[in-house]
Unconditional design. Sequence first.
Length: 331
Amino acid sequence: MKRRNFLKNSSAATAGLISAPLIASCKNDVEKKAANPEKIKLTRPIAICTWNFKNATAKAWEVLKDGGSSLDAVQKGAMVEEADVNNQTVGVGGRPDRDGNVTLDACIMDKDGNCGAVLCMQNIASPISVARKVMEETPHVMLAGKGAEKFAYEQGFEKVNLLTEKSKQEWLEWKKTSEYKPIINIENHDTIGILAIDKNGDISGACTTSGMGYKYAGRVGDSPIIGAGLFVDNEIGAATATGVGEEVVRTVGSFLIVELMRQGKSPQEACEEGVKRIMSKNAGRNDFQIGFIAINKKGETGGYCIQPGFTYRTYSEEGHVNNPTESFIKA
Ligand code: ASP
């Protein structure tokens, strides 16, 4: 596509090495380093995901270690959780909306700023794969609802029943006492956001979810919204979110984290600042959860959450690492 070629040609990414000015923050630093272009060696490939999805990062690592692209790595990693019927907030087996329909949201973004998303899509097992098709096969960024589903069939995806017996029974139980109120997200998490850097130093990200359990029909959270649930800037880094999507959308959370890294914050500092920003707009509330993870161009990672108990997973040459994080509201 013309638009994509334009983005490709204008990308500032280089293979293996980047110039320090690209990740330097304040103007003076940029000017100083530009005069003396010092090279920073990129770290080896790495994959990082929200929560403790070790099968997802392991799958992403399989792709990366064989020299595959970060885009393939994040897609394949995300697909592991989408296919896992035991994960009740992603893909097949996800919790339904309050009317009993499973509706899925996902987005994907590559090193050139290309992106694709599907919103509120039913009956398709791998929304992240459809999001990638939106990115690669259409001139659009987002397809929603029936249109997204129709597009998926045109692309050869099969119709699948996403509602497992377990999720159905739980939904029927919920209906007895809930008065139709969606569950405010504290324990109802497990959205997967996954970020990767490949051997060329290029960054991609993916995010996929069935969203808030028993939500209003048609509700869409942050996860398929570029800038909210996911953002990638190949010069700087990437971030992704999990938790109450409405709060992440309000603050354009993942974009904020990447911009904070652009200003010189480490991924950890940027995630902490993003969470604090959200909390400052929710004075007195502690009944919801937001977690961010981030990675910068050097391969440094970070994660932070409002509530305790948030963890993120990395996979690099050193193998699996589970990274429990600090929280804003102490247990
Ligand atoms: N962020 C997702 C949403 O609001 C849910 C989650 O991460 O738990 O749809």
